[in-house]
Design a protein around this ligand. Structure first.
Ligand SMILES: NC(=O)C1=CN([C@@H]2O[C@H](COP(=O)(O)OP(=O)(O)OC[C@H]3O[C@@H](n4cnc5c(N)ncnc54)[C@H](OP(=O)(O)O)[C@@H]3O)[C@@H](O)[C@H]2O)C=CC1
Ligand SMILES: CC(=O)C(=O)O
Ligand SMILES: [Mg+2]
Length: 538
């Protein structure tokens, strides 16, 4: 690392230690006079960070403060995030990141990540040369069109890749210098944003059709050329583009869509784990999905191989998964069935949501709508009529867009629901009993997938990796967690979980001839992956 000095050193977030510089270092690097007398180690610094953080009166203020810390002292930011992940994750990720994205052009302090617009067409590769790091392994890119359940937030959506990258570092130990958040700013159809004088994005309607696709093509090629070892994670694209881009690039390059594939794996893991609570065999389950977008479709598409692996025929596997859209159960007579869910349609009479529950009697209900309240009291009460322990997974983020709250799920099911949600809920006490909702979020999956792909240098990111990740995550739910009704492990163990998933990803890559890992590395995978994980310290 280049030896910086004086103010330049203090202004470099990767190398700055601030008050932790020792007296010797202060003398050596020309820092005398630039720091107060006291020398405080990273533990004391963390206490100061937490005191500052907890003194803020709103979550958005906490977000701004934490971002400032990241810009001042990367190692202290990540050390504190890792050590206090349960407290801080909701501030750098969902739900607070949702509010931050809505307000991003207003709370903007300092540019983070990398921005590309249609004006960079023909020059993307040259633009990427401006990024100061050369060994990028993980790119998280969004075009801001479907930010959580909040819709088109244009360039304000940059908060998402930044948040996802923070969790790559904290949850999987990928070094900050190897991660790159990118906003592919192709405009926004959010007129309110375009008319906002403080809006910082490309203030034009979104690029569409061939103009859009050719720009993304150039982007992908430029990333692959500039950073040949990088995996590209597509995040929060509109449903239509998400599938189009996945189909376009996943067969020939190292990329995946987190909303489709990461979400599918985390949901499947929750379903596997729920079987341990309900004592039902996974192969017997019926799953009902509300929503027919990226997340719900991804879940359905991964359930098929999971059911087949559990011994079901293809037809049986499809029969176990039903979709509900705004008009009710998706049946064969439905107008305009989306091509990807055609195989899941049911030969049943048209039915609204509640009637469909009565007819099908699903064991598991999954919401991926981005619509608050989509799981109504009638819906939860109906599934609770047929299931002793209905499994209810309200995936939508942020909290303000959840299909139902934890309290509603427990109340309406008379305390019998097994509940998980995309954004975290605090424990709920009802009639003297405390329930522990789990967080069903792709943060349990994508960091481990990325780490495994990085270590193995797999050429492609394949479905088997997500299936293996789901199994691994489900196995990580402890007996105590199962006993208290949680279908996901405590988030404090996420680094260990990511490590385990990464090991499985390496094995899947090797088994599928997607890589040629050195024998030494492959034979000592657990230790090798652990060793490669970044630990922030001075
Ligand atoms: N927990 C997690 O890890 C993840 C959570 N998510 C969350 O899931 C949500 C959906 O994401 P995604 O699938 O990518 O979004 P999409 O826009 O692709 O899909 C949303 C789907 O929900 C449907 N929908 C909306 N409201 C209703 C309703 N009231 N009744 C029935 N259907 C409805 C939409 O239908 P229509 O087309 O008719 O509007 C569309 O099919 C978001 O809130 C996102 O934050 C996503 C990824 C990961
Ligand atoms: C978690 C996530 O990826 C989403 O809500 O889009
Ligand atoms: Mg997402």
């Amino acid at each position: 690392m280049k030896a910086l000095r004086g103010k330049t050193l203090l202004n470099n977030p990767a190398q700055n230690k601030s008050t932790a510089f020792t007296r010797e270092e202060r003398a050596h690097y020309g820092l005398q006079g630039l720091l107060p007398y006291g020398v405080t180690d990273i533990h004391i610094q963390q206490q100061r960070v937490l005191a500052n953080l907890r003194s803020k009166s709103s979550d958005i203020e906490k977000y701004i403060y934490l971002n400032g810390l990241l810009e001042r002292n990367q190692r202290l930011f990540y050390r504190t995030l890792i050590n206090h992940i349960a407290e801080i994750m909701p501030l750098v990720y969902t739900p607070t990141v949702g509010e931050a994205c809505v307000k991003l052009s207003h709370i903007f302090r300092k540019p983070q990540g990398f921005y590309l617009t249609p004006e960079d067409r023909g020059h993307m590769l040259a633009r990427l040369e401006n990024w100061p790091e050369t060994d990028v392994r993980i790119v998280v890119v969004t075009d801001g069109e479907r930010i959580l359940g909040l819709g088109d937030l244009g360039a304000n959506g940059m908060g998402i890749p930044i948040g996802k990258i923070s969790l790559y570092v904290a949850c999987a130990g990928i070094a900050p210098s190897q991660c790159m958040p990118i906003m592919l700013d192709v405009g926004t159809n959010n007129q309110q944003l375009r008319e906002d004088p403080l809006y910082l994005g490309y203030p034009h309607p979104r690029l569409t059709g061939e103009d859009y696709l050719s720009l993304v093509d150039e982007f992908v090629e430029a990333v692959q050329q500039r950073f040949p070892s990088a995996a590209i994670q597509f995040e929060d694209f509109s449903s239509q583009n998400a599938f189009t881009l996945l189909d376009r690039y996943a067969g020939s390059g190292r990329c995946f869509n987190d909303d489709i594939q990461g979400t599918a794996a985390v949901t499947l893991a929750g379903i596997y784990a729920s079987s341990r609570i309900t004592q039902k065999s996974f192969a017997d389950l019926k799953i009902m999905l509300l929503g027919t977008g990226s997340a719900a479709t991804g879940v359905a598409e991964l359930l098929v191989p999971a059911f087949k692996a559990a011994g079901l025929s293809e037809a049986e596997a499809y029969s176990r998964v039903s979709f509900i859209d705004r008009r009710g159960l998706v049946t064969a007579t439905h107008a305009l069935i989306k091509p990807r869910i055609r195989s899941f349609v049911k030969n049943l009479p048209a039915a609204d949501f509640v009637t469909a529950i009565a007819t099908i009697q699903p064991d598991v209900l999954i919401g991926a709508t981005g619509t608050a309240g989509a799981f109504t009291e009638a819906v939860v009460r109906e599934i609770s009529r047929y299931q002793q322990h209905p499994v209810i997974i309200a995936l939508s983020n942020p909290t303000s867009h959840t299909e139902c709250t934890a309290e509603q799920a427990y109340q309406w099911s008379e305390g019998r629901a097994i509940f998980a949600s995309g954004s975290p809920f605090a424990p709920v006490t009802l009639h003297g009993r405390t329930y522990h909702p789990a967080q069903g979020n792709n943060v349990y999956i994508y960091p481990g997938i990325g780490l495994g792909v990085m270590v193995s240098r797999a050429r492609l990111v394949i479905e088997d990796m997500f299936l293996a990740a789901a199994k691994e995550l489900a196995n990580c739910v402890s007996v105590e967690e199962i006993e208290r009704g949680s279908i996901y492990p405590d988030i404090v163990r996420v680094r260990d979980i990511s490590h385990k998933i990464a090991v499985r990803v390496c094995q899947v890559a090797q088994q599928n001839n997607l890589t040629k890992m050195e024998t030494d590395l492959f034979n000592n995978l657990e230790a090798s992956v652990r060793e490669l994980m970044y630990e922030p310290s001075y």
